[in-house]
Structures are given as structure tokens and as C-alpha cells.
Ligand binder design. Structure first.
Ligand code: FE2
Length: 262
């Protein structure tokens, strides 16, 4: 991929999202939020890729993956008025469908197209399959790291905001009940992430997001996490219990540990 092709994709994205404009400002706000998320994921992935010292071509592939990873959010919202995949469709599949429909990746050679499509396809899975080739695996990991960094930021900002200003689409319509079942913390202590489908409350969703740290792959990502401290900001909005403190210590110790091993 060359720079001209990368710029073509960036221009195409900018124009394409305009075709999803909504007359109602409330709906437009949900789409603007996804566009802003995309641009910040592009910035994050570039920082991670640069931090890893990746070659120019891999940086461009990463940039395109980030640019298109959530493309499916636009048709998803237009059709279903939700960002909840279980109530609509898998948005990663929709992203690929949208790319294929418009033949956007056509100018690239097959192997690059395939890497980008696979990285997008697996970006929102609980786990990545084990049999991927090294370059595909690299790009799967990059987009997953960059996406998580920005989702944590969106959540931290959302929960710090005054309640009347919050956009309910962000918390996927989960209950406002403050209960956190002990098993949700227990999964975090095991260093595993819970599946979305099992969550019951918004506070459980926050604990799930704290557990994402165990799924982060690269040192430059841990640097961003430490610098921004969005996990700490999210934790500060949870009921202060011994379980929460234990969870937060575990997460912060893990970040420190990963920053130390090179
Ligand atoms: Fe996504």
C-alpha cells in the first residue's frame, strides 16, 4: 500500500459517513460519537505501531484497519437504532459487508485486503483464533489494543459526565441498578474477561472493562493506559468495596509489570 492509497481511504471514509447523516440531532450525536471514536483509534494505533517500530507498510495497514473497523456501526445504527450487537447484527461483519459492497479495498493486493478484513472481523471477539499467520495476528492485536484504549476513554468520560448529558447508547441499555455480582469480580481475579452477554448492570460492565487490561498485547498500549488512567477514573465511579480495591490493585500491578518486562 502506498501513501496515495491511504489518503484515498481516508477521503472515502469522510465522504461515506456523510451519507448516513440523521435529521434528528440526537441520532446524529450517536453517529458523531462513532466517527470521533474512529479518528481516535486511528491516532492510538499509529502511536502503538510507531512505538513498536513497525515498518511503514504495516503502519499503513494498521491505519486502514483502524479507519474501517467500525464502519458497520453506521448502517447498524441507521437500521436498528442501537449499537448492541445481540439486538441487531455483529458490527464487525457489517463493517466488512460495507467495505465489500463498495469495493473499497479493491486497489490493494489480495494479501493486504485479507489482513485488513480479518483484523476487522476479529476486533470485537472475546478471543482471536490461534491459527492466524504472524502478520494477520499482529494486525488483529493492534486494532484490539487501540480500540480498547479508546473505549476506556469513552467510558471514563461518559461516567464522569452529569447524568442528563449522557448518551444511553454507550452503556448498551444495561440496568442502572448498582449491583455487582461477586462472580464478575471473580472472573477479573482469574485474569479473564467476561462475555458481554452475561452482564446485568452498568456497574458490572465497568468491571468487565477493567478486566480488558489482561487482553492488552503491547507495551506502548500499557504506556497509554498508565498515562490516561481511564481505568482508575472508571473505578472511581464504582461503589468503594474491598473487592473493588483488590481489583484495582491487581489491574494497576499488572500494568506496571507489563511496563517493566521488555
Ligand atoms: Fe468495534
Amino acid at each position: 500500500m502506498n501513501d496515495t492509497q491511504l489518503h484515498f481511504f481516508q477521503d472515502w471514509f469522510q465522504h461515506h459517513i456523510l451519507t448516513f447523516q440523521e435529521p434528528d440531532p440526537l441520532h446524529q450525536r450517536s453517529l458523531d460519537m462513532k466517527a470521533a471514536h474512529t479518528f481516535r483509534v486511528c491516532a492510538a494505533i499509529d502511536r502503538i505501531a510507531a512505538g513498536l517500530g513497525l515498518a511503514e507498510n504495516d503502519r499503513r495497514i494498521a491505519a486502514v484497519t483502524a479507519l474501517f473497523h467500525d464502519l458497520g456501526r453506521f448502517p447498524q445504527y441507521q437500521k436498528y437504532r442501537t449499537f448492541r450487537d445481540p439486538d441487531s447484527e455483529n458490527h464487525a461483519k457489517l463493517s466488512i459487508w460495507e467495505l465489500n459492497r463498495h469495493r473499497v479495498l479493491q486497489p490493494l493486493d489480495f494479501s493486504e485486503r485479507q489482513i485488513i478484513r480479518r483484523a476487522i472481523f476479529f476486533h470485537n471477539r472475546l478471543r482471536i483464533p490461534e491459527n492466524l499467520d504472524p502478520q494477520t495476528l499482529l494486525h488483529c492485536r493492534l486494532i484490539r489494543d487501540a480500540d480498547k484504549v479508546d473505549i476506556l476513554r469513552v467510558m471514563a468520560e461518559h461516567f464522569q459526565m452529569e447524568e442528563s448529558m449522557r448518551n444511553p447508547v454507550i452503556t448498551l441499555g444495561l440496568g442502572t441498578d448498582t449491583l455487582i455480582r461477586e462472580e464478575v469480580y471473580r472472573l477479573l481475579f482469574e485474569g479473564r474477561a467476561m462475555s458481554y452477554a452475561k452482564l446485568k448492570t452498568t456497574n458490572e460492565f465497568k468491571v468487565l472493562q477493567m478486566s480488558w487490561v489482561f487482553d492488552i498485547n503491547f507495551q506502548p498500549t500499557f504506556e497509554i493506559l498508565k498515562e490516561r488512567n481511564d481505568i482508575g477514573k472508571i473505578a472511581a465511579t464504582l461503589p468503594d468495596t474491598p473487592l473493588l480495591r483488590e481489583a484495582l490493585n491487581l489491574v494497576n500491578d499488572y500494568i506496571e509489570k507489563r511496563l517493566k518486562d521488555q
